[in-house]
Ligand binder design. Structure first.
Ligand SMILES: Cc1cc2nc3c(=O)[nH]c(=O)nc-3n(C[C@H](O)[C@H](O)[C@H](O)COP(=O)(O)O)c2cc1C
Length: 251
């Protein structure tokens, strides 16, 4: 394998870090690499919030589904989908018409894509620098709280958070989780829906439990877990409110 492929295969989520800080030149190299991420139209529709305030990290560890390792992670980065920079520039340059078009859902999806691609570029660069990282999707929850905590502008949305730091020895030794086989992920030319035999290939090895009360197999267990969990309900609520707010910005 070439070094780039080795790096990609070696990466796994790291949720426990050595307490030592990440040196400034290492952090600079990390963020410099992030800027090379592809971006729609080279507009760089994202902003990275570098959360250095321990009080804010502490709050995020609670609002992001009580994931306590956020509070002590040496680096916490929030990747915002950000159309505000361009909207403010349009206003500044006299381009914005009172009744003129505003960013729509499509623009949010583009900005979201930019933010996520920047985040993944950071995650891979981190691996190359000996750092471990973990995505925190729960940053999409509690939108109103995060808006107030982080002074988020109207045309922004927290797409993802990454916690980073040097992995503990235990984390380094932990095996990486498996994946679905390639044959179940890549399809040629047209989409084909999966059927019974596929599900045996995909989930056949997950049948032994223990399952949540009322569930007798892995599918029932996962359905209950994913859709009835408090964090999942909150994420659905929060994202719906944020989307309504984005759409409501139309003149
Ligand atoms: C969009 C996204 C959101 C995630 N959110 C969380 C999270 O909130 N907490 C967490 O511990 N891991 C989170 N993860 C990490 C996944 O659990 C992890 O990538 C997955 O289990 C595969 O493991 P691996 O990254 O070690 O290969 C997230 C990953 C992605 C891509």
């Amino acid at each position: 394998m070439n070094p780039a492929l080795e790096l990609i295969h070696a990466r796994k989520s790291v949720r426990s870090y050595e307490p030592r800080p990440v040196e400034a030149p290492v952090k600079e190299a990390l963020l410099a690499a992030t800027l090379r991420a592809p971006t729609a139209g080279n507009m760089m529709l994202y902003t990275i919030l570098d959360i250095t305030d321990p009080g804010i990290k502490e709050k995020l560890s609670h609002t992001c589904d009580e994931q306590r390792f956020i509070a002590t992670a040496p680096i916490v980065l929030i990747f915002l989908a950000d159309y505000q920079r361009w909207m403010d520039y349009y206003a500044y340059s006299g381009a914005l018409e009172a009744e003129g078009p505003r960013p729509r859902e499509s623009d949010l999806l583009l900005a979201f894509s930019d933010a996520m691609i920047a985040a993944q570029t950071t995650a891979l660069a981190a691996e190359s620098l000996g750092l471990g990282s973990c995505y925190i999707g729960d940053v999409m929850e509690h939108w109103e709280t995060h808006r107030d905590l982080l002074d988020l502008a109207p045309y922004t949305f927290p797409a993802a958070m990454l916690t980073l730091g040097y992995p503990t020895a235990q984390q380094k030794a932990r095996p990486a989780p498996g994946r679905f086989p390639l044959s179940q992920i890549v399809q040629e030319n047209r989409y084909v829906r999966r059927t019974g035999a596929d599900f045996e290939t995909l989930f056949g090895d997950r049948g032994s439990g223990p399952f949540l009360p009322g569930a007798t197999n892995f599918g029932q267990h996962e359905y209950r877990r994913k859709f009835s969990a408090e964090f999942s309900r909150e994420m659905r609520r929060s994202v719906a409110v944020a989307l309504e707010n984005w759409k409501g910005l139309e003149p």
